[in-house]
Design a protein around this ligand. Structure first.
Ligand code: F6R
Length: 611
């Protein structure tokens, strides 16, 4: 969601702020702005739409100064207009904000009654006026005005504040929304996400809820929620700025799809040994007493693509380790009174580690004394800080809004976890484990083979890109792959698509089939092969245009469907990972053919930090 960047140093702040905002563009936004201190005052420039509009405006009326703040806004309260764009100003107080202030109307009424005049529809402007109000009241002490104000805010926020009367000084505070701080010899930085700081430093300080800080030419002063001076450790982020660039690909999404074979090695290193046929997950020591698990059942919570990975993970864990697993939409979890106790391992799965609903579900689990094991990509993110243990998916920065490499990385990590658990609990024989490990290590090759089908998939994508409705079907582990294929397509191409468990079609959805409706089916040569072929016959009989993602050893499939995408044959556990590749490519090429904004699709944000 909203992107935040702040800089205090010796350089001209404006290009640094713009570069930071560019690196945060992937989070999704619809307006942008900067505030920079120039000639004894703070100048603000804001524009609707993409960053290029802001760059143009700043080229026409440059602002030059050595400290400032920048923001990309994803509209929540009020339209994406220039007046609603951040930064907001009240008196000398200038604020950018990410999050949602739930009691903003109440506060706005109080402040308006006191004579404060509001110019926007946003909740953020309330923060600005509230700080200004306390600032005037307390004899112009900015830090205390911020402290008093944040105690009155309900909801979530990451805020960066400037005072037009104070040079080379930024104030930051957070509750619920992420903020990360970094420094070099001459400069201090703050941002809502890691990529904005990568060109300057890889050592970052992740603020905790309640933390607030002063960033100035002298350094970083950090305080906890009680106002006590504290120190927190900086964490090393093993990403390079290059990893967060397109590297010659037309879109980040395409680059990330093609990175998938390569990231497998990062996931395996130190965990999967081919030579010894073992799986080692030292990160999980705390969840076991020797070989005994500290849990009897598992509850996975996640949203969107991560939820689809969770659904496949459930199959893997239950089938291999025989531990019961439930899967919940994180957004529903808290509201359904889940049965949780200290023997329920709760697994929040999140690429960003900042998804508000997943974080809230995780906090509920902690309140109920459940052990928590996060599956996450972003080192130091909120979800990892709360968890008792984290299985990192090591996918590298994922910039395209549509999640691709994080999905397959989540699946691989969940599979490794399932094998590890099965081994610990004595639910898998050594020979079988050996076979599974050996097969797992072939995954980079299998994914490369699947990627080599890109041209075929592109041709099929062009053929179906005029459809108004596309259905995806699969069974067992491949039913969530169908859901994921449909999600990918709708989010970036804006075509209507739905995924179904193939056996469910005749209970309703088959009514959607018209002459030519594309139906994409995952058809592995496993125990469900005949069943899914019958489902394909049923839709064909009603005029569907059928596309099978099938095994390359299936010689008869081409006579049964209109198009075949032949992926390498593998076990039932790896098939969803391999089948995900053509699903991603299909969505990508349809969207590219239609000319949509693939990396930043409309209305979407990369990291959903509000409920
Ligand atoms: C879809 C997509 C979203 C995310 C969801 C959860 O391509 O990216 O559905 O999967 O918002 O995000 P994380 O995994 O960061 O919690």
């Amino acid at each position: 969601m909203c992107g935040i960047i702040g800089y205090v140093g010796n350089e001209n702040a404006t290009p640094i702020l713009l570069d930071g905002l560019r690196r945060l563009e992937y989070r999704g936004y619809d307006s942008a702005g900067v505030a920079v201190f120039e000639n004894d005052d703070v100048k603000i420039q804001r524009t609707e739409g993409k960053l290029s509009n802001l760059e143009l405006a700043l080229a026409e009326s440059p602002i030059k100064g050595s400290f400032g703040i920048g923001h990309t806004r994803w509209a929540t309260h009020g339209h994406p207009t220039e007046t609603n764009a951040h930064p907001h100003r009240s008196g000398d107080i200038i604020v950018v904000h990410n999050g949602i202030i739930e009691n903003y109307l109440e506060l706005k009424d109080l402040l308006a009654a006191d004579g404060q005049v509001f110019t926007s529809e946003t909740d953020t402007e309330v923060i600005c006026h509230l700080i200004d109000y306390h600032y005037q009241l307390n004899g112009k002490d900015t830090l205390n005005a911020i402290r008093e104000s944040i105690t009155k805010l309900k909801g979530s926020f990451a805020i960066v504040i400037m005072n037009a009367k104070e040079r080379n000084r930024l104030y930051v505070a957070k509750r619920g929304s992420p903020l990360v701080v970094g420094e070099t010899k001459d400069a201090r930085f703050v941002a809502s996400d890691i990529p904005a700081l990568l060109p300057y430093t890889k050592d970052m300080l992740f603020l905790e809820d309640g933390d607030h800080a002063v960033l100035s030419s002298e350094g970083i002063e950090l305080f906890d929620e009680n106002g006590a001076n504290i120190e927190r450790e900086f964490q090393h982020v093993p990403w390079s700025p290059l990893m967060a660039e397109k590297g010659g690909y037309k879109h980040f999404m395409l680059k990330e799809i093609f990175e998938q074979p390569k990231i497998m090695q990062d996931i395996f290193t130190g965990r999967v040994s081919g030579a010894r046929s073992t799986i080692v997950l030292d990160e999980l020591k705390g969840l076991f007493d020797g070989n005994k698990a500290r849990f009897d059942r598992i509850s996975i919570v996640a949203c969107g693509t991560s939820l689809h990975a969770a659904m496949i993970g459930k199959h893997m864990i239950e089938s291999l380790a025989r531990v019961p697993v439930s899967v919940d939409y994180a957004s529903e979890f808290r509201y359904r009174e889940p049965i949780l106790d200290e023997r329920t391992l709760v697994i929040p799965i999140s690429q960003s580690g900042e998804t508000a609903d997943t974080l809230a579900a995780e906090k509920l689990a902690k309140e109920r004394n459940c052990p928590v094991m996060a599956v996450c990509n972003v080192v130091g993110s909120s979800i990892t800080r709360i968890a008792d243990a984290t299985l990192y998916i090591y996918a590298g920065p994922e910039i395209g809004v549509a999640s691709t490499k994080a999905f397959t990385a989540q699946l691989v990590v969940l599979y490794i976890f399932a094998l590890y658990l099965a081994d610990k609990l004595n639910k898998i024989e050594n020979d079988i484990l050996k076979e599974r490990v050996a097969e797992l290590l072939t995954l980079p090759r299998l994914l490369k083979q699947a990627l080599s089908l890109a041209d075929d998939v592109m041709r099929i994508a062009k053929d179906i890109s005029d459809a108004s409705n596309i259905l995806y079907i699969g069974r067992r582990l491949n039913f969530p792959v169908a859901l994921e294929g449909a999600l990918k397509l709708k989010e970036i191409s804006y075509l209507h698509a739905e995924g179904f468990a193939a056996g469910e079609l005749k209970h309703g959805p088959i009514a959607l089939i018209e002459q030519g409706t594309p139906v994409v089916a995952v058809v592995p040569q496993d125990g469900t092969y005949d069943k899914i072929l019958s489902n394909i016959e049923e839709v064909k009989a009603r005029g569907a245009y059928t596309i099978a993602i099938a095994s390359d050893q299936d010689e008869s499939i081409s006579s049964k469907v209109d198009e075949v995408i032949a992926v390498p044959k593998t076990s039932k556990y790896l098939t969803p990972i391999v089948a995900a590749i053509p699903m991603q490519l299909l969505a990508y090429y349809v969207a590219d053919h239609k000319g949509t904004d693939v990396d930043q699709p409309r209305n979407l944000a990369k990291s959903v930090t509000v409920e």
